[in-house]
Structures are given as C-alpha cells and as structure tokens.
Design a protein around this ligand. Structure first.
Ligand code: SF4
Length: 216
C-alpha cells in the first residue's frame, strides 16, 4: 500500500517573513517562475529519500521540481540514473518525463533563500514538513543528506543528537528507524572547487544502492 502523501506547505506559506518577501520580489520579476515552496518529487514512502538544502533561485524555484534546471540537478539526476534510482532522460524540465524509481527528493527548506543561505529560524520553521517526509518512510529506509544543513535538520527532526551522528562526506549512521548517508552537497560551488567530485558522489550512491538492495 502506498504511503500517504506528507503535508506540504501552502503556496503562500507565511512562516518565514524574509523568504516570503523574497518570493514576492521574485514573483514580480519573473511571473512565469514557480516562486513558491517547491513540492517533493517522487512517490511518498519510497525506500530512499534524498534531502537537499533549498531550491536554487534559477533551478527548482524556477521550474518547480527539486534540483531541476541548474548544475546541482545535472550531477544528481545523472547519478540517480546511473544507479537505477531514476528512469528516462533528465532534460532540466519538470515535463521531461523523468521518473524516480524507489526514490523521492525533498529539501530541508522549501522556499528559495537569498544567496542560497537559509537562516536557522527558517530551517527550523520548515522542519515540520521534513519531519512529515520522514514519518512517511518505512522502517529501514535510506536517507541521503546533501550537505551539513540537511544533515543537521534531519537529525533534529528525528531527535538524534548531532554529536551522536556527526556530518561527514561518506559517513553512514544507523539510526533507530532509518539509515542516514551523508554527502557533500552537489552544488556547482562544491564541484568547481573540487570539494566534491563525480567519483565521490557516485561512491555514496553506490553504497546506498547496495544498502537499499538489502546487502547492507
Ligand atoms: S521555507 Fe518552509 S516554513 Fe518557511 S515559508 Fe517556505 S515553506 Fe514555509
């Protein structure tokens, strides 16, 4: 039986005044863009949940699908296709027909923040939506945190002490219900500076594939 779709924030969610103001600014500048909380992509209750930081201004905030339309999506979707977590062709558009296979993608913060930098209060305000995504997962599901902010918010949502599960690229944490895998975020900045290479990113997803396939 499919899991129930977790609650998503309303289009005009007022919880983060700074982000709501930025949203209005962007609506005036680019009326054809989404400029609203970006919904998760993929079936609820999948065996794998990938958690990014927040929509990119010209990526998900423009197209309305997580990681779609900017560099971070190029690397993420190529990797998901390579490891069998996606099917079809990624063409940087929400109507490219790409589907996720046993996977779902969400963000720790659903609205685009200025300079890609959400504030602590904003991350906390959006956490209930992340908690809803986690609650929909079956026991033993894999969760990939893309970056420290996603990792920390996941831990807080799960009631896990950050010291008990420190973030580190390639780190793996066996939590009570879920298995958490960490990766540096696949942002253009991280890949341009060599903080994250394609090989490093693929190594994480190869490990996730093995775990999800039951060989843990
Ligand atoms: S970031 Fe989340 S909590 Fe804040 S306004 Fe957007 S949807 Fe609401």
């Amino acid at each position: 039986m499919a899991a129930e779709e977790p609650v998503a924030p309303p289009r005009d969610c007022p919880a983060c005044p700074r982000l709501a103001a930025f949203r209005e600014e962007n609506r005036a500048k680019w009326p054809d863009w989404r400029n609203a909380p970006v919904p998760s992509f993929g079936t609820a209750g999948a065996r794998l949940l990938i958690v990014g930081l927040a929509p990119g201004l010209q990526g998900a905030n423009r197209t309305g699908r997580p990681f779609t339309g900017d560099w971070a999506g190029d690397l993420l979707y190529a990797t998901l296709l390579k490891f069998g977590f996606a099917d079809g062709v990624y063409d940087e558009r929400p109507d490219d027909g790409l589907t996720l296979v046993g996977a779902r993608i969400t963000n720790a913060v659903r609205c685009v923040p200025p300079q890609n930098k959400p504030e602590g209060a904003e991350i906390a305000a959006c956490r209930p939506y992340l908690a809803g995504e986690l609650a929909a997962l079956a026991d033993g599901a894999a969760v990939v945190a893309l970056g420290r902010i996603a990792h920390d918010s996941l831990c807080r949502a799960l009631g896990v002490r950050l010291k008990a599960a420190p973030f580190g690229h390639g780190a793996e944490h066996a939590l009570e219900r879920l298995r958490l895998f960490d990766s540096y975020h696949c942002s253009r900045y991280n890949t341009n500076t060599g903080v994250l290479t394609t090989e490093m990113f693929e190594t994480v997803f190869a490990r996730v594939r093995t775990y999800v396939d039951g060989a843990s």
